[in-house]
Design a protein around this ligand. Structure first.
Ligand code: GUN
Length: 294
C-alpha cells in the first residue's frame, strides 16, 4: 500500500529562520537597520499568551528587536488606537501585530485598519487584502504565505520551473479572510485552478475529490477522510484542533484525518509540525521585508 510523503514544515521553518537571520545581519551591516516587531496583546487569552511568547523568542533569535505590549482586558478602543498610532510613528518598529482575537468590546476591523499598511506584517489590513487581490506587491498573511512556500518547494522538486503549480486544481476548504481567501489569491497567481468550498457548499466531497491540491482551513477536527481525496492529492492541513481522547488527555489534530489519508495522499503536512511552525517564520520574513522597504 502506498504511503504519503510527510511535508516537514518544522524543518522548512528552521531553514527559513536561518536564512532570515543571515539577511537581518546583512541589513544591519549594510544599512544600520535592525528590524523591529511590536506585538500587542490585549487581555489574557491563554492560547494568545503562548503564541506571543513564541513570537518574541523567535524574533530575538533571528537578530530582530522584539517589543511586547500587554494591555488589560478593560482597554478601551481609544486607548488601543492610541497605542497603534504610537507604533505607527515609531521608526524602530517596522512590523505591528495586534494579537487576535480581541476582547468583544473592541472592533477588530477598525483596529487592524488603523495600522500603517506598510507595517501590517499580518497582511490583514484592507489595503493589503486589496493589493493581494489585484496582484500588487504587498505583505501577505503569514499562514497562507507558509502554505505556498511548502507547496512550491514540494512541486518545485518534481517540476523545476518558475511556476511549478501551474494548471493544478487546488480545492480550499474554508473561506476565512485570514486563510481561505488569501490562499485562493496566491494560488491564482501561480496559475492554479481554484475552488473554494465552505459550510453551505453542496456535495463538498465530490468537489474536494477533484483537487490535485487540497487545503483544509475550517477548524473542524479530522473532517477530511481518505475517500474525499483524489489518489495522489497533496494535502495541506491548516487546522489546529484540541480534542479529548478516551484516556482523558488532550491531543492536537488538524482538519484532516491524518492517518486515514496517508494511503490516498501523495504528500501531507502533519499536525503539529506542518503549517504551524511556518506561520511564525513567515511573520519574521514579513518583518524583514517591511524593514528592508524603509
Ligand atoms: N491569533 C492567532 N494567530 C494569529 C495571527 O497570525 N495573527 C494575529 N494577529 N493574531 C493571531
Amino acid at each position: 500500500m502506498s504511503h504519503a510523503t510527510l511535508i516537514d514544515g518544522k524543518a522548512f521553518a528552521e531553514r527559513l529562520r536561518a536564512s532570515i537571520a543571515t539577511r537581518v545581519a546583512k541589513l544591519k551591516a549594510d544599512k544600520g537597520i535592525t528590524p523591529g516587531l511590536a506585538v500587542v496583546l490585549v487581555g489574557n487569552n491563554p492560547a494568545s499568551e503562548v503564541y506571543v511568547k513564541n513570537k518574541a523568542k523567535q524574533t530575538v533569535e533571528v537578530g530582530m528587536q522584539s517589543f511586547e505590549f500587554r494591555m488589560p482586558e478593560t482597554t478601551t478602543e481609544a486607548e488601543l488606537l492610541a497605542k497603534v498610532e504610537e507604533l505607527n510613528n515609531d521608526p524602530k518598529v517596522h512590523g505591528i501585530l495586534v494579537q487576535l482575537p480581541l476582547p468583544k468590546h473592541l472592533h477588530e476591523n477598525l483596529i487592524i485598519n488603523s495600522i500603517n499598511p506598510n507595517k501590517d506584517v499580518d497582511g490583514f489590513h484592507t489595503v493589503n487584502a486589496g493589493r493581494l487581490a489585484t496582484g500588487t506587491p504587498t505583505l501577505v498573511p503569514c499562514t497562507p504565505l507558509g502554505c505556498m512556500m511548502l507547496l512550491k518547494d514540494y512541486f518545485g522538486k518534481k517540476n523545476p520551473s518558475n511556476k511549478p503549480l501551474s494548471g493544478l486544481h487546488a480545492v480550499i476548504i474554508g473561506r476565512s479572510n485570514i486563510v481561505g481567501k488569501p490562499i485562493a489569491q496566491l494560488l491564482l497567481k501561480e496559475d492554479c485552478t481554484v475552488t473554494i468550498v465552505h459550510s453551505k457548499t453542496k456535495d463538498i466531497e465530490a468537489l474536494v475529490s477533484m483537487g490535485d491540491i487540497v487545503i483544509a482551513a475550517v477548524g473542524q477536527a479530522e473532517l477530511v477522510k481518505h475517500h474525499w481525496l483524489k489518489k495522489g492529492a497533496v494535502v495541506i492541513d491548516v487546522g489546529i484542533n484540541r480534542i479529548g481522547q478516551p484516556d482523558g488527555k488532550m491531543k492536537l489534530v488538524g482538519d484532516v484525518d491524518f492517518h486515514d489519508c496517508l494511503t490516498t495522499a501523495a504528500a501531507i503536512t502533519p499536525v503539529p509540525g506542518g503549517v504551524g511552525p511556518m506561520t511564525i517564520a513567515c511573520l519574521l520574513e514579513n518583518t524583514l521585508q517591511a524593514a528592508s522597504a524603509t
